[in-house]
Ligand binder design. Structure first.
Ligand SMILES: Cc1cc2nc3c(=O)[nH]c(=O)nc-3n(C[C@H](O)[C@H](O)[C@H](O)COP(=O)(O)O)c2cc1C
Length: 160
């Protein structure tokens, strides 16, 4: 059994989850950035971490997910400003699941991830702000230690 934890991140929120997941896996494992273009064929279990951009998985992840084939075991996790049980986030996860549907998806997990101060400022200055931006204040400080503990517990309960 060989596991890949692959992550896409701009501001390291998703990286925090990816590192915690990597640390908890007890079999052969690799941690890679999606920018390194890992080949999913080389692994039996693939955990894909992404950030939500404009209601969808980020573009690099949208490209990567369809490369997963042959019923490989898949775990999807994401960070986003909006709450995980909100409709737009459920929809973003649905898009990710559809793109990865050649694999066998074991579970999905989402958690809030804060915006960088630079992005906060940039969007706050726009005349028209995206609807999800209203959730940005509540995302501040996330993912925190509690989110990460919950994430690891979720993985150990649902994917092992
Ligand atoms: C251009 C842009 C678009 C975003 N779109 C959404 C979105 O549609 N929904 C959402 O909940 N969060 C959205 N976010 C917030 C990020 O998904 C969130 O901060 C995430 O944790 C960033 O992950 P990272 O630190 O791994 O890059 C957006 C952020 C940026 C910069």
């Amino acid at each position: 059994m060989k596991a890949l934890v692959v992550y896409s991140t701009k501001t390291n929120n998703t990286l925090k989850l990816a590192e915690a997941l990597y640390d908890t896996i007890r079999y052969r494992k690799e941690l890679k950035s999606i920018d390194d273009n890992p080949d999913p064929e080389d692994y039996d279990f693939i955990a894909v971490g992404f950030w939500v951009k404009d209601g969808k998985p980020d573009p690099a992840t949208m490209e990567f997910l369809p490369k997963i084939r042959d019923g490989k075991e898949v775990f999807l996790f994401a960070t986003h400003a909006s709450p995980r049980d909100s409709k737009p986030i459920r929809n973003a996860m649905k898009i990710a699941k559809e793109l990865a549907n050649k694999g066998r998806i074991l579970a999905t997990f989402g958690c809030q991830g804060e915006l960088s101060p630079k992005t906060m400022e940039k969007i706050a200055a726009q005349d028209t702000k995206p609807a999800w931006f209203a959730d940005a204040p509540a995302a501040k400080g996330h993912p925190d230690e509690k989110d990460i503990a919950e994430f690891v517990h979720f993985f150990n309960t649902n994917c092992i």
